[in-house]
Design a binder for this molecule. Structure first.
Ligand code: AMP
Ligand code: GLY
Length: 431
């Protein structure tokens, strides 16, 4: 029987999910925007408020969906997975209560402490800006300053790195966030591991390194993520190899401990980790695939994604996942001025025909009669897949010479120079 699947969300991540489902399912999609890549893969698309549970359920019912995948965090926080499940459409994505592991950073840290999950940095939570400012003044050392709620990946400020303590206090006072987490600044190399979770079972995927900073050389403000790479095995070049208990192995143990402590979690559990001199620490958890990280792992997933979803729905153990032994490099093209002062409205000259060997995933673009135009968020990503990171980088980069004016790319992602800097950094940390 062919499953009818509803995909919720319209970014680059969801375009990658759509690509992994389109051949094997009757695919429908709904989102607040109209993603032209998803529209071409799906049998139907609907533009609606993706954080409105009733609207999503009404569309799911109108297309007779058997299954749903909820891509972004905002619908999860709004209870879209709860509403779909209540309506008898199995949602691969946690209920709002379980999504708090991402949507409430104060809850996330307290949960880690109470459950004894390894890798939790020292932290304090605050309900009052002035109390947080006082703590910043008194604390001997640098801190990560985190609004507890969702901020699209752009809310954290790290003292001694991006801001001074005075700037951090000014930020807190201006931002209007009242629930705040202050935690020990972690120093090291970041990496992501995404796990598929259902029925108490967990299946892992290769580690990915995202690049949050807007500009080359890791300069500038944080973004939703400018691009990312993964290697042909599960670990990244700066980590000990995948069979070791360290690094990748430590991250997997943390994910396992987290799934054990969570009640009936389902969907993707995304761990953002920092490889530090004291081992692996948790920067945060997300309750969904990463964007861009989904564009690295889904193209190398050889197991049919729909088989994972069906096993999850049927209460069965998840199939053992098979990934091709290939490296990937993903680079986002973003509007000039992104993230602080983005200028949209520029015609996109890269398309499926011009990308050649690379994969093209659309994100926040606007399809008009005469072509596809940028908006003020990340526009599209290209992904190279090859035997080595260097070859994958070359494939991704080959398509980007044509991006044109009005768009910006971090050309350094996945390059040998940047990889060497990561290796040197970890060698220095390990002494
Ligand atoms: P988050 O929204 O929690 O992922 O944080 C965004 C970014 O802020 C992370 O990717 C890190 O680069 C940085 N960050 C978050 N927490 C810490 C921390 N405790 N120490 C250092 N950097 C952090
Ligand atoms: N790449 C970071 C995120 O998806 O949150």
């Amino acid at each position: 029987m062919t499953e009818t699947v509803l995909l919720v969300g319209g970014g680059g991540r969801e375009h990658a999910i759509a690509r992994s489902l389109a051949d094997d399912t009757d695919l429908y999609a709904c989102a607040s925007n109209r993603n032209p890549g998803i529209a071409r893969l799906a049998e139907g698309v609907e533009q609606l408020d993706e954080t409105d549970p009733e609207a999503v359920v009404a569309y799911a019912e109108s297309v007779d969906a058997d299954l749903a995948v909820v891509g972004p965090e905002a619908p999860l926080a709004a209870g879209v997975a709860d509403a779909l499940d209540d309506a008898g459409v199995y949602a691969f994505g946690p209920h709002a209560e379980q999504a708090r592991i991402e949507t409430d950073k104060a809850f996330q840290r307290r949960f880690m402490r109470e459950e004894g999950i390894p890798g939790c940095p020292d932290f304090e939570t605050f309900d009052d800006v002035e109390a947080a400012c006082e703590y910043l003044d008194d604390y001997d050392g640098d801190l990560a300053v985190k609004p507890a709620g969702l901020t699209g990946g752009k809310g954290v400020r790290v003292t001694g790195d991006q801001v001074t303590k005075e700037e951090a206090k000014a930020y807190l006072r201006e931002s209007g966030h009242d629930r705040i987490v202050l935690e020990e600044r972690l120093v090291g190399e970041e990496f992501t591991v995404q796990a598929f979770v259902a029925n108490g079972d967990l299946q892992i995927s290769p580690a990915v390194q995202d690049h949050k900073r807007a500009y080359e050389g890791d300069e500038g403000p944080n973004t939703g993520g400018m691009g990312s790479y993964s290697d042909a095995d599960f670990a990244l070049p700066f980590m000990t190899d995948e069979d070791s208990d360290e690094d990748y192995g430590e991250a997997v143990s943390i994910l396992e401990a987290t799934v054990d402590a969570l009640d009936d979690y389902k969907g993707v559990l995304y761990g953002q980790f920092m490889l530090t001199a004291e081992g692996v620490k948790v920067v945060e958890f997300n309750a969904r695939f990463g964007d861009p990280e989904a564009m690295n792992t889904l193209p190398v997933l050889e197991t049919d994604l729909v088989d994972v979803l069906v096993a999850a729905r049927e209460g069965e153990p998840l199939p053992e996942l098979v990934f091709s032994a290939e490296a990937t490099v993903c680079k986002y093209a973003v509007p000039a001025g992104y993230p602080e002062d983005p200028e949209g409205g520029v015609k996109v000259s890269v398309d499926e025909d011009s990308v050649g060997e690379a994969l093209l995933f659309y994100a926040s673009v606007d399809e008009r009669d005469d072509g596809i135009y940028t908006t003020t968020s990340r526009s599209f990503a290209v992904v190279g897949v090859a035997d080595t990171i260097a070859e994958a980088e070359e494939i991704a980069e080959g398509t980007l010479s044509a991006v044109g004016d009005g768009l910006r790319v971090r050309h350094d992602i996945g390059t040998e120079d940047l990889l060497q800097r990561r290796l040197d950094h970890v060698a220095e940390l390990r002494g």
